[in-house]
Design a protein around this ligand. Structure first.
Ligand code: ADP
Length: 615
């Protein structure tokens, strides 16, 4: 069945099967957990997909020595043993890309989880079961955008299918194909039906709606570009202080209970991207079950539809062996690249890359490779880098010069929260943003618990420029000032701890007050409040402006002789209004002007009043 499937789609297969399509047979010599060694495999190649044992388990060759192949098997290997056959398909581990992919939940090697359960009639995956990644029977309405007679090249968009309410699935000429469009028709098609024909140098070829792509290879593009536009998340601490660009990469460590899940949900819900790919490589099955249950219930606020209308889930259920976890992030990023190639902005979240790295470590151990840092293989760093390098902003293939982006957000779960361990360190080398979730802040109920002192974004300059031009000319200046204030607070706190609050100057006490307002009124954001859950850029600016206006006016008053205590007394009401400004709906943003005016009048009153007492 597998072979038949390959033959059917082989014309869209960009990589020539290495061993031809004929099936070669070797014999198992050893089974060690997910690693199977087979002899007589001289015709196979590294990265070939194999069918292992009488059960036909799916595996991938990860090492070849003469005729001996080491195969990582994506299914539980118990019960198979030496002497059983191993067939190589000659094909690399690939994903199927066609309408029907959005809203799906797949396992690490793109087997649809729902279908799998149907076929196997139980919650447990039956080994060796063959299911198609995508529905073969469903019909899609294809609308052509090019006409017969036009010259086309790889990446050109022939037409589209409205895949979900919010996603238009562009049908692109596969990689390596060039020629004249000789047939294209509107109509309802199944994904295996011929939809268009191209006359290439080697003759007329039929094309259906499916492309296949080997997951370990990045899909090609024309040029990679600098990222400049921030991805809006509506989360103030991210957008204002630690932004990630569309096409950028961010790492988020998530100690248990620090609010990692909420951050991810918020991004999946609010990020201004077209497609979200969520890769769950969890150790604990129930974590993954949570995602599978919760995501379909989340509503995309801009469309009012379930976020699944633009989401693809890749999940490693607890009963899937470690090797499938290793493959899952590649399956995810390949799907992300496919949608990027359509000209979309895609966000991919991997949770957690530490679990993925552990899978790598386990396979490396079984291969008896020389271990590096903490037992991870020496190539851990390059594997992590290769993954994040597939994020970015690119000009895609195709003659229309369109652009697409992939923003990669990788959760890491360092054991004991120790970020000096290899996975975190290697991730930080390639991801330019670090959102340091902090268990202590979470305990204090400061959410999102991103530590403003340890987090950083190296996209600050680009994003600052963008925000200055698109939101307000003062943006970067305000952000810089606010961050300095928060840092100053940290050093002042040291002094307070040593010699007490009384020792602080009036000026420093105002700094402490401003920092407190920044923390409580700006950084703290309740994901579960209807209004506070999302803040537009404009409102983020307005909120920041209120706090900084308060500070500026208060400093002016001090210069004119007012005492800190007087200012605090005289501004109680307006400070309360500043604190509640997060609950002002986006539609009533004009209310910020009133509050700003009140800051000025109240402080002016304090100055007048102070002037009188001092006189
Ligand atoms: P983790 O996934 O890191 O274990 P969660 O994301 O489940 O942690 O967060 C734990 C709890 O913290 C949540 O159930 C919620 O009560 C609270 N929390 C986290 N982030 C926020 C937020 N932004 N707003 C309000 N509450 C939050």
């Amino acid at each position: 069945m597998l072979k038949k499937r390959l033959d059917k789609t082989s014309y869209n297969q960009p990589i020539k099967p290495k061993g031809g399509t004929s099936v070669k047979i070797g014999r198992i010599v050893k089974v060690s957990g997910p690693l199977v060694t087979a002899e007589g495999m001289e015709d196979a190649n590294i990265q070939d997909i194999c069918r292992v044992g009488h059960l036909g388990l799916i595996g991938e060759i990860i090492e070849m020595r003469k005729d001996i192949a080491s195969i990582q098997v994506y299914e539980e290997t118990s019960g198979i043993g030496p002497g059983e056959p191993v067939e190589t398909t000659g094909e690399a581990l690939s994903v199927e890309l066609a309408p029907g992919i959005v809203s799906q939940m797949f396992d690490g090697i793109q087997r649809p989880l729902n279908k799998f359960k149907e076929v196997s009639q139980s919650d447990f995956l039956v080994r060796g079961t063959n299911v198609d990644a995508l529905d073969r029977e469903k019909e899609w309405e294809f609308i052509p955008t090019l006409a017969v007679g036009q010259e086309v090249e790889a990446g050109d968009i022939i037409g589209y299918v409205q895949e979900t309410k919010v996603v238009q699935h562009k049908i692109m000429v596969p990689y390596g194909v060039k020629g004249k469009l000789t047939k294209v028709e509107a109509g309802n098609f199944k994904i295996e039906d011929t939809v268009y024909q191209i006359e290439t140098e080697s003759g007329v070829r039929d094309f259906n709606l499916i492309q296949r792509w080997p997951v370990r290879r990045g899909r090609p593009y024309k040029v990679k570009k600098n990222t400049e536009v921030p991805m809006l998340t509506g989360q103030r601490v991210i957008d204002t202080f630690f932004p990630v660009t569309k096409g950028g990469a961010a790492a988020v460590p998530g100690p248990f209970g620090a609010g990692k899940t909420v951050v991810q949900h918020q991004i999946a819900k609010w990020a201004d991207v077209d497609i979200v790919v969520y890769v769950g490589c969890g150790e604990r099955g129930n974590e993954m079950t949570d995602v599978l249950n919760e995501f379909p219930e989340l509503i995309d606020p801009t469309t009012g539809e379930s976020i699944m209308e633009r989401t693809i889930l890749i999940a490693n259920t607890s009963n899937m062996p470690v090797a499938a976890r290793e493959a899952s992030i590649y399956t995810g990023i390949t799907i992300a690249e496919y949608f990027r190639d359509m000209g979309y902005n895609v966000a991919i979240m991997a949770d957690s890359t530490s679990r993925w790295a552990e899978a790598l470590r386990e396979m490396s151990g079984r291969l008896e490779e020389m271990p590096g840092d903490e037992g991870y293989p020496a190539y851990l760093g390059s594997r992590i880098a290769e993954y994040y390098e597939r994020a970015g902003r690119v000009e895609t293939l195709g003659s229309d010069g369109r652009e697409g982006t992939i923003t990669a957000i990788g959760a890491v779960s360092p054991p004991g929260g120790d970020t000096s361990e290899p996975v975190t360190q290697n991730t930080l080398r390639v991801a330019k943003v670090f959102w340091g979730l902090d268990a202590t802040l979470a305990q204090k109920r400061h959410f999102p618990s991103m530590n403003w002192l340890t987090s950083y974004s190296l996209y600050d300059p680009e994003v600052g420029k963008y925000m200055d031009e698109n939101v307000h000319a003062n943006w970067s200046e305000y952000v810089q000032h606010a961050m300095n204030t928060l840092q100053e607070e940290a050093s002042l706190e040291e002094i307070v701890r040593l010699v007490g609050l009384e020792s602080l100057s009036e000026r420093d006490r105002l700094t402490m007050m401003t920092a407190k307002m920044l923390r409580e009124d700006f950084l703290q954001q309740n994901a579960f409040d209807d209004v506070d859950t999302f803040t537009s850029r404009e409102k983020q600016y307005r909120m920041l402006e209120l706090i900084l206006t308060f500070e500026k006016e208060a400093r002016r008053a001090m210069k004119l002789g007012s005492y800190y205590a007087e200012i605090i007394d005289g501004t109680e009401d307006v400070r309360d209004r500043i604190a509640r400004s997060k609950y002002i709906p986006e539609s009533e943003i004009a209310r910020f002007d009133e509050i700003r005016e009140q800051i000025k009048t109240d402080i002016e009153k304090t100055i007048q009043h102070g002037g009188m007492t001092h006189a």
